[in-house]
Design a binder for this molecule. Structure first.
Ligand SMILES: *[C@@H]1O[C@H](CO)[C@@H](O)[C@H](O)[C@H]1NC(C)=O
Ligand SMILES: *[C@@H]1O[C@H](CO)[C@@H](O)[C@H](O)[C@H]1NC(C)=O
Ligand SMILES: *[C@@H]1O[C@H](CO)[C@@H](O)[C@H](O)[C@H]1NC(C)=O
Ligand SMILES: *[C@@H]1O[C@H](CO)[C@@H](O)[C@H](O)[C@H]1NC(C)=O
Ligand SMILES: *[C@@H]1O[C@H](CO)[C@@H](O)[C@H](O)[C@H]1NC(C)=O
Ligand SMILES: *[C@@H]1O[C@H](CO)[C@@H](O)[C@H](O)[C@H]1NC(C)=O
Ligand SMILES: *[C@@H]1O[C@H](CO)[C@@H](O)[C@H](O)[C@H]1NC(C)=O
Length: 654
């Protein structure tokens, strides 16, 4: 009965629309690509009768109100502080509107696509139908060509396409069109240039400008320092060896004491990165004897394994660092490890997000079909995980710490915006999402910068600053790195990290400035004479600046492969900051309050709960970068935690 009514209304609408002038509104170019990516060549015009699936991603509604909604539950002055939304409320608010569905269907029907051929996804986010090339070309006012990759793979694409102007607000993306997201059959683990088949050598480094998250070449991983024979426990050595006691002294934080159900701390790792229990035990024996033999609660996503085949700092350093400090600092509370991706294909942020939010999964969400960006499951490469992609299989933790990052320039703006909207939705549901800000100052991973003419990444001796993603997404908390001055103690103010790594920071080329940081960033520009202009970064003072906060990232004592060595990176800063948020949540839960969720609006409104970092800079791209200075800066953000003050503030909120 219900179905019938809908069909009748739709039929009426179609009749009305086809008689109305709407259909004759002008077409406007929706997306354009100037030339195919490297190694792809335009071959021939597609035969008009060839058939392929056309998918139309509808625009989510109410995204323009994201900030307003997030402020309602996370701004300290909001009456609804802490009143987080349910997953259902989130889905209902942002699902594409019935109006969008009707408008696009009317267009299809009016263009001769029988609606019986058109399927809609359960989330109402996508319309899909099989079309001949002729139909698709007429619909989108484009020409489809077959493209050949030098490996022999083929792809259907167009250079640009148009849609009626009244539909631009209803349609996000259409595939296949301008994106070259075809899997070209290289297993993701073949990161080592010499291991790649000859034609693909340097593919990741040179054409993508980034390595796959979690792979041995992923330069967002921590940097290894000297091996140390005796890990000293005294606070007098914190300038050369950071231990849990040093961090507790620096931030005036007590050891963990509570362990509320459902408040384990989330740490995300990407295969082939893996922890070794023997390393955990070696570290626990030294720093937290009660935890010897304890492992994190482990959630394996998309056929993930904790591999032990390859053992080295490159394969184990990140996991050892993140898990040893997270577990040690919050004990007796536990850490939940989200290990993402199988051994062949690996995974990235969207694979993780799919696993904790069913509504975000491939067909509905924003995953890239490029295997160099997001893992593709089932994975048909021999030895790969052949099961279905994990979709909503694991609940999120209240705090999620991720010490991996891309460069913003590695990914398309649409991809980043879709993923960033997902972080906003997690914030609405009370999740604190933390990402490391990068280790190369104003440069991107591996120290690369952006060639201002071609937009490609260069070797980093010059060029435009290269901000990190998701660091520039306004709905996460980006964590930069500080250090203790050489020869000083935990009682001396820290400076921005100048040793081995430089705190990632700067300004986005994609995201607008969120309201919570407007006055902080305005003061930064008013009080500092920046010796660079638009040739280096977007200095319009209207874009998102990062990081938001920072914590020590230099000289962490970690146990890796049977020995203690030093580790450096915002990779260390991020979980350390996360443990403090997790402990604040313990106290709030004990007082019958909700977890803090998205913390940025509260911290920017109360910068006094942070220790301002005023010295050091984040050099890169052949410049000295920015300076840490009084107030917020694009090096150390608002500064490092003052735990008692942060706790007092968050406990004072409802
Ligand atoms: C398109 O065609 C394929 C192959 O025949 C079929 O499996 C698929 O269900 C069709 N899709 C739609 C939306 O009809
Ligand atoms: C713990 O979290 C899960 C998932 O969010 C939820 O289903 C469950 O009810 C929670 N349990 C408690 C005790 O809060
Ligand atoms: C990882 O281990 C495998 C099996 O021993 C080996 O073939 C491969 O070269 C190793 N990879 C690296 C990057 O060390
Ligand atoms: C980096 O690129 C610049 C400009 O192309 C070049 O002059 C410089 O020698 C390169 N530096 C290194 C270390 O390769
Ligand atoms: C820090 O101090 C130690 C010992 O005084 C010295 O060996 C080292 O070179 C110093 N490092 C830096 C970066 O100044
Ligand atoms: C800087 O960002 C603003 C706001 O997004 C944009 O309008 C402007 O074009 C950007 N400037 C440059 C030089 O890219
Ligand atoms: C950093 O400080 C130095 C020394 O005061 C100054 O010369 C430089 O212009 C400052 N750079 C920035 C980006 O503020």
């Amino acid at each position: 009965m219900f179905v019938k009514v809908v069909v009748q209304i739709l039929a009426a609408l179609v009749v009305a629309v086809s008689a109305s002038p709407v259909l004759t509104t002008s077409h406007v170019v929706h997306e354009r690509r100037s030339m195919p990516p490297p190694k792809w060549e335009k071959h021939s015009r597609l035969h008009p009768a060839s058939v392929f699936p056309v998918r139309i991603g509808l625009a989510q509604q109410n995204l323009h109100r994201a900030e307003e909604f997030l402020n309602q539950v996370s701004h300290p002055q909001s009456a609804n502080y802490g009143k987080h939304w349910s997953a259902k409320q989130v889905a209902e608010m942002f699902t594409p509107s019935a109006e969008s569905v009707f408008a696009v269907k009317a267009w299809l029907s009016g263009s001769g696509i029988d609606l019986k051929r058109v399927k809609i996804s359960a989330s109402k986010a996508w319309l899909e139908f099989n079309a001949t090339a002729q139909e698709a070309e007429r619909l989108l006012r484009t020409e489809y060509h077959l493209y050949n990759h030098e490996t022999g793979h083929k792809h259907i694409a167009c250079e640009e396409y148009s849609i009626p102007s009244h539909l631009t607000e209803h349609i996000d993306i259409i595939t296949p069109t301008v994106d070259f997201d075809k899997k070209i059959g290289t297993p993701r683990k073949l990161q080592n240039d010499d291991q790649l088949p000859a034609p693909l050598q340097h593919l990741n480094k040179r054409t993508l400008g980034h390595a796959i998250v979690g792979s041995p070449e992923d330069s967002s991983s921590p940097k290894q320092g000297a091996a140390i024979l005796n890990a000293l426990m005294t606070l007098e050595n914190c300038d050369s060896m950071i231990t849990p006691a040093c961090l507790q002294a620096l931030y005036d934080a007590p050891p963990g004491s509570k362990a509320a159900r459902n408040n384990t701390m989330g740490v995300v790792e990407y295969t082939p990165q893996a922890f070794l229990q023997k390393d955990m035990d070696m570290w626990f024996k030294q720093f937290s004897p009660n935890q010897v033999g304890k492992a994190p609660n482990t959630n394996l996503i998309d056929g993930a394994i904790i591999q032990t085949t390859n053992q080295s700092f490159t394969f184990n350093g990140e996991s050892a660092l993140d898990l040893q400090y997270a577990m040690g600092l919050i004990y007796p509370q536990q850490v939940t490890l989200f290990q993402v991706g199988d051994i062949v294909n690996g995974g990235s942020f969207n694979n993780f997000l799919d696993a904790i939010d069913g509504s975000y999964c491939t067909f509905e969400g924003g995953d890239s079909k490029d295997p160099n960006i997001d893992g593709q499951y089932p994975d048909t490469v021999p030895g790969g995980f052949n099961g279905p992609q994990n979709c909503g299989g694991f609940p999120s933790t209240n705090v999620v710490s991720t010490s991996y990052s891309f460069n913003e320039a590695d990914l398309s703006a649409k991809y980043e915006q879709r993923q960033c909207a997902e972080y906003m939705k997690l914030g609405l549901q009370g999740v604190t999402v933390l990402y490391s800000s990068g280790d190369f100052g104003v440069a991107g991973n591996s120290g690369h910068c952006i060639n201002p003419v071609t937009g490609a990444v260069n070797n980093g001796s010059t060029g435009m600053f290269n901000p990190s993603f998701p660091g520039t997404c306004p709905w996460i908390t980006s964590v930069g790195a500080t250090q203790i001055v050489n020869g000083s103690t935990v009682r001396t103010p820290e400076i921005a990290s100048q040793r081995v790594i430089f705190s990632g920071g700067g300004f986005s080329n994609v995201f607008a400035m969120p309201s919570y940081q407007q006055s902080a960033v305005k003061s930064y520009f008013a009080n500092n004479k920046i010796p660079y202009g638009a040739e280096r970064f977007n200095n319009s003072q209207t874009v998102r600046g990062f990081p938001d906060v920072s914590a020590n990232g230099v000289n962490y004592v970690v146990a890796v492969n049977g020995q203690f060595s030093l580790a450096f990176g915002t990779s260390a800063s991020c979980p350390t900051f996360g443990t403090l948020v997790n402990m604040i949540n313990e106290e709030r839960i004990a007082a019958n309050k909700k977890p803090v969720g998205f913390i940025n609006p509260t911290l920017y409104a109360n910068p006094n709960v942070m220790t301002d970092i005023r010295f050091g800079g984040n050099q890169g791209c052949g410049t000295a970068g920015f300076n840490a200075t009084t107030g917020w800066d694009p090096v150390t953000g608002l500064g490092t935690p003052n735990y008692p003050e942060m706790l007092k503030l968050f406990m004072s909120l409802p």
